[in-house]
Design a protein around this ligand. Structure first.
Ligand code: NAP
Length: 307
């Protein structure tokens, strides 16, 4: 019987592992099919405190793993398919392999939704990204585009006007889904040019393999176009990686795990949720790491109280 199983190896998972390992709980960390989480798909991370020169996303994740391992965290590269609560403990299923634990910390993150265009995944980090806070500052005085019409798209577009010379806001309809205040703020910004009723049909790259333009199609009159730019920010939503829990824990209508007010506890005793799988608002490396710390402290307290 494990004391703590941590599912996920992004910032939240490794922070939880560092804290529970230092508390002598020798956590077992299960890394799924994307060890290191979303930061492994970015290049320079400039906003993680402690790295004035910036740090490469994959390097940061390796350092976190090293730090957790140093204190006794164990990692297994297993994909969790199901979690069940049986009496007072949890069964964590990895295919046919079943692990048992007193507590489970879910830190499986979220995956940015993509358009599904050919070669899209390979362009991430090469002029295609889903995080303006992470990458916006790399695109100063050049045109960029945001795809989407929700709060994220409006927020990202408005944020990007601090850097970019122009921000095309490409939306598939002629009306934004975003809340009124965010939509109005975005549309009032003279650097933002909305491109209505339009779908991006292809990403074009330069000789260095960086995105340099997109081709578009107007969905009403079917006319085709091309927009030259230096970066595309895809903001068409995220998908929290909570599906494998299959109804075990309460989630909101989009699948984000609901944390009990002011904590990382869920409606299931002994089950904690940390990071992007429970956070559709901040979605930052530092907030995920903070959440991982909180989940670790709460799991530690839960175990101590039961003993
Ligand atoms: P969202 O509200 O689901 O909006 C997604 C947008 O992407 C929609 O405009 C949608 O178009 C478009 N879209 C979806 N699939 C597409 C596709 N395949 N091709 C082209 N466009 C596509 O997602 P979100 O903006 O990430 O927001 C998620 C949640 O977080 C919301 O509840 C939001 O309020 C919240 N949020 C809040 C804040 C804040 O308060 N500061 C900031 C960000 C997010 P349609 O409109 O046509 O469906």
């Amino acid at each position: 019987m494990e004391k703590v199983i941590i599912i996920g190896t992004g910032c939240a998972g490794w922070a939880a592992a560092i804290y529970t390992a230092r508390a002598n709980l020798t956590p077992l960390v299960l890394a799924g099919d994307q060890p290191g989480g979303q930061l492994t798909t970015t290049t320079d991370v400039e906003n993680y405190p402690g790295f004035p020169e910036g740090v490469m996303g994959p390097d940061l994740m390796m350092k976190m793993q090293e730090q957790a391992s140093k204190f006794g965290a164990r990692v297994e590269y297993k994909m969790v398919t199901r979690v069940e609560k049986t009496g007072e403990h949890f069964e964590v299923h990895c295919g046919d392999n079943v692990l048992e634990s007193e507590t489970v910390i879910i830190a499986t993150g979220a995956a940015p939704r993509h358009l599904g265009l050919e070669g899209e995944k390979e362009l991430v980090g090469h002029g295609l990204t889903s995080c303006a806070t992470c990458d916006g500052a790399f695109y100063r005085d050049v045109p960029v585009a945001v795809i989407g019409g929700g709060d994220s798209a409006c927020e990202e577009a408005t944020f990007l006007t601090r850097f970019a010379s122009k921000v095309y806001l490409i939306h598939r309809r002629d009306e934004l889904r975003a809340s009124k205040i965010m939509a109005e703020r975005a549309l009032a910004n003279e650097k933002i040019e909305p491109v209505w009723d339009t779908a991006v049909t292809e990403y074009l790259t330069d000789d260095a393999g960086e995105v340099c333009a997109v081709t578009t199609k107007n969905l009403k009159d079917e006319s085709e176009g091309k927009i030259e730019l230096k970066c595309v920010f895809v903001a068409i939503g995220h998908i929290p990686n909570s599906g494998f829990l299959d109804g075990l824990v309460d989630t909101d209508e989009n699948g984000y795990i609901i944390q009990q007010a002011g904590s990382t506890r869920t409606n299931v005793e002994g089950l904690f949720a940390a990071g992007d799988v429970a956070d559709h608002v901040y979605r930052q490396a530092i907030t995920a790491a903070g959440d991982g710390c909180r989940a670790a402290l709460e799991a530690e307290r839960y175990i101590a109280e039961r003993e």
